[in-house]
Write a protein that binds this ligand. Structure first.
Ligand SMILES: Cc1cc2nc3c(=O)[nH]c(=O)nc-3n(C[C@H](O)[C@H](O)[C@H](O)COP(=O)(O)O)c2cc1C
Length: 319
């Protein structure tokens, strides 16, 4: 078996990618994730200006330099309306994140450049059709964003999604969507995938970029306090219901609205500032514990939850 492209699995304490989150993940978040033995990541559009992005890349490079085997990732919008695309791709080649997760467009737009420095391209997908297209386009790995995810959420159950995708794709699979415990990380492996993509579980950590109102709401929210709707941005997103209500939405009568447009993603970025994204795993957040403490708990749960099932499964199917 060849080593799958992507994070150095053996250097990780658990197969977890701390997922990139708009207005949540910054350089400290990435560095602390790596220090905790997980894969850190951030979406490049979080850096408001190009100069900020260069500064963030510099800080991450310096912050992980003393961590042997540390892996970090970025997510990058590859949609045609994203005006910073070409400039960001040049920076990516300079700073060499281990994984580039492509969102909202074909992974082929970055493949040659990322492969050129030895990095891996994973495509963020929410349907079997998109997974197949991304695999055909040469993506090294696929991030299956499933039902219950925070932010821009999928609609599919991971139980069906992973199996369908495994019929035509034997590369690294990442599963996101309400994975909030080490037991759930283990379950992702049992399903036959390689990494869990955990976002919501880490938002309340002090290393994130969010304000205290958001943190407090996360701590007191549970599964029933999350609403998925396309009414706010035009695509299906999971939000804390209380923040929707505060912003004037009636969760009982939400209409579909809006359209996808990333031309102003570095501007005021309403509504993400006032309406707080969170997935169905929010109930696991019981404090604003540090990222290191949350990671320790996840690793402990993961270890307690059993053996290396995924490796056995891979050996069985010969991938
Ligand atoms: C507040 C928030 C913002 C997000 N922003 C982004 C983003 O900018 N780019 C991206 O690729 N995914 C984004 N996501 C999705 C995550 O990368 C990931 O798919 C998701 O958090 C996994 O589900 P979970 O939140 O239930 O763990 C966001 C998620 C949340 C909760």
């Amino acid at each position: 078996m060849t080593t799958p492209p992507g994070p150095a699995r053996d250097a990780l304490r658990a197969p977890v990618i701390v997922a990139p989150m708009f207005l949540v993940s910054g350089p400290e978040f990435v560095i602390e994730s790596c220090r905790a033995g997980l894969v850190g990541s951030f979406p490049t559009q979080n850096a408001r200006t190009f100069e900020d992005l260069v500064d963030w890349f510099d800080r991450i490079r310096a912050g992980v330099a003393d961590l042997p085997g540390a892996s970090w990732a970025i997510s990058m919008i590859v949609h045609r309306s994203y005006e910073r695309f070409a400039a960001e791709l040049e920076l990516v080649q300079e700073y060499r994140p281990d994984v580039v997760v492509t969102a909202l467009g074909p992974p082929s737009r970055v493949l040659d450049e990322v492969h050129g420095y030895g990095g891996a391209v994973y495509a963020d997908v929410m349907s079997v059709e998109h997974a197949r297209k991304a695999a055909d386009a040469g993506a090294d790995g696929l991030v299956l964003v499933c039902h219950g995810a925070g932010g821009h959420t999928g609609r599919l159950s991971p139980f069906a999604f992973v199996d369908e995708v495994r019929r035509f794709f034997d590369g690294p699979l990442v599963v996101g969507g309400a994975v909030s415990t080490g037991r759930a990380v283990r379950a992702v492996e049992v399903l036959g995938a390689d990494y869990a993509y955990m976002g919501t579980r880490f938002i309340a950590c002090p290393e994130s970029l969010v304000n205290d109102r958001y943190r407090d709401m996360l701590v007191r929210s549970e599964l029933g306090d999350v609403t998925a709707t396309a009414a706010v941005t035009g695509v299906l997103c999971s939000w804390l219901t209380e923040s929707l209500t505060d912003a004037g939405y009636d969760p009982e009568s939400l209409a579909e609205a809006g359209r996808i447009d990333f031309s102003d993603v570095h501007g005021e970025h309403k509504p993400w500032k006032d309406i707080f994204g969170a997935g169905q795993g929010v109930g696991e957040i019981d404090s604003a514990a540090s990222l290191a403490d949350v990671a320790d708990r996840i690793v402990e749960e993961y270890r307690a939850a059993g053996g290396h099932v995924a490796q056995q499964r891979r050996a069985e199917v010969g991938v």
